[in-house]
Design a protein around this ligand. Structure first.
Ligand code: FRU
Length: 483
């Protein structure tokens, strides 16, 4: 692409695939992420949306309905198979959500400290505009999961009506911290799974028999530990199979680059500028003046060692965002055939307040495309930004749980935790629509993506907004048409 005046060129990424076990980590570079501002309009009236409509989530109406009156709902995923297909089980669509009690006396921003996995079901042929999701309650019995808080993951339907729930077992040690939300003793985090049974009849869906197994803890060599950084991230497992490596099960997850907090040194490759670019930053200057070394997000990869998926080992991260951003959350791999070739899209969510010094981007979902699970990933739209909440990127970043600038677009935190489903349908949860707090699923939107370019489909639904919490299934299992 031609450079935008005043901005550097993005890094050249070949999309070349490497062996999943190879020691190659693709970099989302500062040069790449600078394209977000290069593509943003510097001249909008303060508080308007400065991003291209192609990457802007349409505005959610302020009078959105609550999905459930008893629990707040946020990160959500469907019952899937190993290829990201969404499964209708005996005539029911089933989804899993982080939930927290709306009536327990804490606020929506304290949800993380009180999170449990809940589930919902509704008839596969329901009208998504009218029929509500039925709340099935907590997935696991009280005090049975590993850890005292359940964070995000994914759920796979296995042979014989078994399900494997991959989740983050987060353990908080400080009751006061759980109530107040932050500031106390850092939690532990492990990636775990629970193998259980799914049942369905005319009345709905139930689960039982869960057996929990601890799968992975950060090793401090490839993935940062709590001892290295109290604010480490190790969570959000998503498992899948790769047609290029049949018989193996992989997992992507959110991590941070190993090493003691503050010790990381940004490299030329993290900056990613092309030789002679007049808008390149100097690596030494970045390392001495900016604080960018504190931002060290990665997308981790692990592979299962046995068919029961109870034993795993780490592989090097497939993506790092060192000196760019500190969180690449809820990663997922979506494989799409383009011109007879499998293209691997890595999607991951990130926040505006987790960007490094000198970088600016919205809350939303980011994408990267390559020829394999491990590739020299090309950021979508050259920047990585696939879909963000309406934001005036000319104004400084705000923290969703902190004070927000009065001038900002009231929808800058309208939605988060975007999850890309088959057909480019993107669901997310409502966080804050012009001051009205959410805790419920957003209207689903659709993005079209091919060739590393993504575009919001504004012909979908009403001006680009589909039904609230629209997570349709595309593969049917069981039931023989009985239900
Ligand atoms: C994203 C997220 C996940 C985590 C969960 C905790 O919204 O931060 O990374 O698993 O929320 O509530």
């Amino acid at each position: 692409p031609a450079p935008t005046p005043g901005f550097p060129l993005p890094t050249v990424h070949t999309q070349q695939a490497f062996d999943p076990a190879a020691n190659f980590t693709s970099k989302w570079t500062r040069a790449d992420a600078k394209q977000i501002m290069a593509q943003s309009n510097p001249n909008v009236t303060a508080g308007q949306n400065s991003m291209s409509p192609n990457v802007t989530m349409p505005e959610i109406p302020k009078d959105f309905p609550a999905m459930n009156d008893d629990v707040w709902v946020w990160d959500t995923w469907s019952l899937t198979d190993q290829n990201a297909n969404q499964i209708s089980y005996k005539g029911w669509d089933v989804i899993f959500s982080l939930v927290a009690d709306r009536h327990a006396g804490y606020g929506f921003d304290q949800r993380h400290w009180n999170a449990r996995i809940g589930y919902f079901f509704r008839k596969t042929n329901a009208d998504p505009a009218k029929d509500k999701w039925n709340y099935g309650g907590h997935l696991f019995l009280d005090n049975t999961s590993i850890g005292n808080t359940e964070w995000s993951g994914s759920t796979r339907l296995m042979q014989g009506d078994h399900v494997n729930v991959f989740y983050t077992a987060t353990t908080f040690y400080d009751r006061a911290e759980r109530n107040a939300g932050g500031g106390g003793i850092a939690p532990d985090a492990v990636i775990a799974k629970a193998l259980g049974n799914i049942h369905a009849d005319q009345n709905g869906v139930t689960f039982d028999g869960f057996q929990h197994t601890k799968l992975l803890e950060p090793d401090g060599k490839l993935y940062q530990t709590k001892a290295q950084n109290a604010g480490f991230a190790f969570r959000d497992p998503y498992t899948f199979e790769d047609p290029a490596h049949p018989g193996q099960t992989f997992m992507v997850f959110e991590g941070n680059t190993a090493g003691n907090r503050g010790s990381y040194k940004c490299t030329d490759a993290d900056l990613g500028y092309q030789a002679g670019d007049p808008h390149a930053e100097n690596t030494n200057t970045v390392n001495t003046t900016t604080g960018s070394w504190f931002q060290t997000a990665s997308v981790g990869l692990a592979v299962a060692d046995n068919k029961d998926l109870t034993q795993w080992h780490f592989l090097p991260p497939i993506l790092s965002a060192n000196c760019v951003n500190d969180q690449t959350e809820r990663p997922q791999i979506f494989i799409q055939n383009e011109n007879g070739k499998n293209k691997y899209y890595l999607f991951t969510i990130s926040h505006q307040f987790t960007y490094a010094d000198g970088m600016r981007g919205p809350d939303g979902v980011y994408g990267f495309v390559g020829n394999g699970v491990r590739s020299d990933f090309q950021p979508v739209n050259n920047s990585g930004l696939a879909l963000g909440s309406p934001t005036d990127l000319n104004l400084p970043a705000n923290n969703p749980s902190g004070t927000q600038s009065a001038q900002q677009n009231g929808r800058q935190f309208q939605a988060y935790s975007h999850y890309v489903q088959p057909g480019g349908l993107v669901q997310s949860f409502i966080d804050n629509v012009d001051g009205v707090r959410g805790g419920s699923l957003s209207p689903t939107v659709k993005i079209n993506f091919a060739g590393g370019v993504t575009q919001v489909d504004r012909s979908f639904g009403k001006n680009g907004l589909g039904p609230f919490g629209y997570l349709p299934t595309n593969v049917r299992v069981g039931g023989e048409g009985l239900y």
